[in-house]
Design a protein around this ligand. Structure first.
Ligand code: PEP
Length: 249
């Protein structure tokens, strides 16, 4: 069965609650689609107003992070139960910005992935190499480690429902999109890694996005690739362009 495409916007640290609602109202008619899953991953403080604003539409709400404990003395953190209660269906985990600025590791990402599944939240687990790693020829070694450690103790049934976002760090927010060939090659490599860890059925089911300066011009060719099941979109997710990316065909 063909995998359903999924296009998720990562708003990063942008939009106050009132600005977030205004953006949802602007994008709502533009992202309507019967055949693509659409997710708005928004800052924690925007989740409740955005969840209210998307009611009755095809837009699902996602978080940009989550802690791996249930509750307690973790000042400033957000628990999975809080996200579920607020209407969150997806959570971005292990984004390269969180790895770089907030010391996320493959191990903490794995704990978060497991916790998200416990609460019925679909993880969008990010991976991707730096420019240095690409130039050293270790891209796939690095990504295989991120994926394998991130998926420790995740069952095949769980893995089938999740999303992996391949985001080369050198392409995020730089305006430098990976070529279609580069993106397809790594996404195919990730799928092969899933087949090794689990089986072919799991590899066929899991959805793999490309992320890194995706825009309305590059999305059609990227999303047409055999192993690219949509995109994780940063900058362009805050603009009407996002509607063109969702309706890329
Ligand atoms: C991202 O933040 O996940 C991302 C891909 O950003 P951009 O599209 O701006 O490169």
């Amino acid at each position: 069965m063909a995998r359903r495409k999924i296009v998720a916007g990562n708003w990063k640290m942008n939009k106050t609650p009132s600005e977030a609602v205004a953006l949802v109202e602007e994008l709502k008619p533009l992202v309507a689609s019967d055949d693509v899953d659409v997710v708005f991953c928004v800052p924690a403080i925007d989740i409740i107003p955005v969840a209210e604003a998307v009611k009755g539409t095809n837009i699902a709400v996602g978080a940009e992070n989550m802690y791996f404990e249930e509750k307690g003395a973790y000042t400033g953190e957000i628990s999975p139960a809080m996200l579920v209660d607020a209407g969150v269906k997806y959570v971005v985990l292990g984004h390269s910005e969180r790895r770089e600025y907030f010391a996320e590791t493959n191990e903490t990402v794995n704990k978060k992935v497991l916790k998200a599944f416990e609460h019925g939240i679909t993880p969008i687990m990010c991976c991707g190499e730096s420019l240095e790693q690409r130039e050293q020829g270790v891209t796939m070694d690095f990504i295989r480690q991120q994926v394998k450690v991130g998926l420790q103790n995740v069952t095949a049934e769980q893995a089938k429902t999740m999303v992996i976002a391949y985001e080369p760090i050198w392409a995020i927010g730089t305006g430098k999109t990976a070529t279609t060939e580069q993106a397809q090659e790594v996404c195919a490599g990730i799928r092969a890694c899933i087949a090794e860890v689990y089986d072919d059925a799991t590899a066929e089911a899991i959805r793999i996005q490309y992320g890194g300066s995706v825009n309305a011009a590059t999305a059609p060719e990227l999303f047409a690739q055999a192993d690219i099941d949509g995109g994780l979109v940063g900058g362009a997710a805050l603009k009407p362009d996002f509607g063109k990316i969702v309706n890329y065909k």
